[in-house]
Design a protein around this ligand. Structure first.
Ligand SMILES: C[C@H](O)[C@H](O)[C@@H](O)C(=O)CO
Ligand SMILES: [Mn+2]
Length: 417
């Protein structure tokens, strides 16, 4: 696309926004400081490099067998860097423990060490990419239906040890990169059918978490992720939303809001202002549920736009971390990264371009018609010209131009796998 065309459209947009009191240059600066934490697991359908040949378990599922998924650490890194080259701005990478550099050996989950992530730390430095981390309770012989809430002490201790080691790894990553590494704890623990022991499992989970989080660190931050249900674990989830909201509030910890982990009609956007009054920060797992937690690729849909608007309206840009979490094996996986990342950025951009001062003035003056009218007109404002300008300034393809770039990589790289 001709840069002059984009610039021309941006200049018009700039004037239109200035007329409603919005400074697009300031917003573009804010967008430059808006960093996603891209999930490493879209590149290989959550397989990882543990080398034990098992299948994906733990209540999650990937559908599709689109050719060209990353088969090893080098392919995964190359794919992620290519995806990043098509997304404006600078972004973090969110690793799961099973993506360690295990050198072809089988390293069990209770044996993982910082050394298995040293090459990731080096890669992050070389590629200007800060890292986040996740413990991994799924896809293991000891995963079963229960990990940290397992009444079997041996299994529970195994997962407690794993989680403690993951926190130590996160601390080392955070220290090395000079920026806190955010570690997410999500365990799938639950029950397919009726259980008469809801309290006992939750007591066990609470006790496990207390043991895991007893050690205090300076260079990592913890977050805990709830879920409404898992596949094959439909009747009960130990780490429900109520459980983790209470746990995080009591322990002054960060909560992870996965947009696919709530009842379909529940507004995740509405949780932002409620939770931020009681927990220090939020981590997002931006996904797209379709009927169930199906982890479809993020798009610019109403729930995602609402979510980002609520963050901006709450003045909470710096209290939220912006992880993505979807895994779709039915389409080009690099394309999936680009679509989802750009969609999240567009939702944030639209939120930042809202004439909030005017809208709030209308609301306080009880001008309901004016408030609604302006909210409606915002949808028609030329926000897309601002996004295009953001792409130009970051030297990445504008608009649909990235399709050709993804196709080229497919032809030259992934189709040859
Ligand atoms: C792979 C992730 O850890 C996983 O998706 C988790 O965050 C989740 O959302 C499970 O439904
Ligand atoms: Mn998640």
């Amino acid at each position: 696309m001709k840069t002059e065309l984009v610039t021309k459209a941006y200049e018009v947009a700039k004037e239109r926004y200035a007329a409603i009191g919005v400074d697009t240059e300031k917003v573009l600066e804010q967008m430059q400081n808006f960093h996603l934490s891209m999930h490493c697991w879209q590149a290989d359908d959550v397989a990882g490099f543990e080398n034990q040949g098992g299948s994906l378990t733990g209540g999650i599922q990937v559908n599709g067998n689109y050719p060209g998924k990353a088969r090893n650490i080098d392919e995964l890194r190359t794919d992620i860097l290519y995806a990043k080259s098509l997304i404006p701005g600078t972004h973090r990478l969110n690793l799961h423990e099973i993506y360690g550099d295990f050198g072809g050996k089988y390293v069990d989950r209770d044996q993982c060490e910082v050394e298995h992530f040293q090459s990731w730390i080096d890669w992050g430095k070389e590629n200007n990419t800060l890292l986040d981390f996740n413990s991994t309770s799924f896809s293991h012989a000891k995963s079963g239906d229960l990990s940290l809430a397992n009444p079997d002490k041996g299994i529970r201790d195994f997962w407690i040890e794993h989680s403690k080691r993951c926190r130590a790894i996160s601390e080392a990553i955070g220290k090395a990169q000079g920026d806190p590494c955010i570690m997410n704890t999500w365990v799938h623990d639950g029950s397919k059918d009726l259980t008469v022991n809801r309290l006992m499992y939750r007591e066990l989970l609470k006790d496990s978490l207390d043991q895991i989080f007893a050690q205090k660190y300076d260079n990592m931050k913890d977050c805990v992720e709830s879920k409404v249900f898992g596949i094959g674990l439909e009747s009960y989830t130990v780490g429900s939303n109520d459980f983790y909201t209470a746990y995080a509030a009591k322990n002054n910890m960060m909560i992870t809001l996965d947009t696919g982990h709530f009842h379909p009609t529940e507004s995740v956007a509405d949780k932002v202002s409620a939770m931020l009054l009681f927990v220090p920060e939020l981590m997002l797992h931006v996904s797209r549920p379709v009927r169930w937690d199906s982890d479809h690729v993020t798009i610019m849909d109403d729930p995602t736009m609402d979510l980002f608007s609520e963050i901006v309206r709450a003045g909470a840009l710096d209290r939220v971390h912006y992880g993505l979490d979807y895994f779709d094996g039915t389409l080009n996986r690099i394309g999936a990264y680009v679509i989802g990342s750009r969609a999240a950025q567009k939702c944030m951009l639209r939120a930042l371009l809202e004439p909030l001062a005017t809208l709030r003035k209308y609301e306080l003056e009880d001008k309901k018609f004016q408030r609604l009218a302006l909210l409606e007109e915002c949808k028609n404002m030329p926000w897309n010209a601002v996004y295009d300008e953001f792409c130009v300034r970051n030297n990445v393809p504008v608009g649909e131009e990235y399709l050709a770039a993804v196709e080229k990589y497919e032809a030259e790289v992934t189709s040859k796998r």
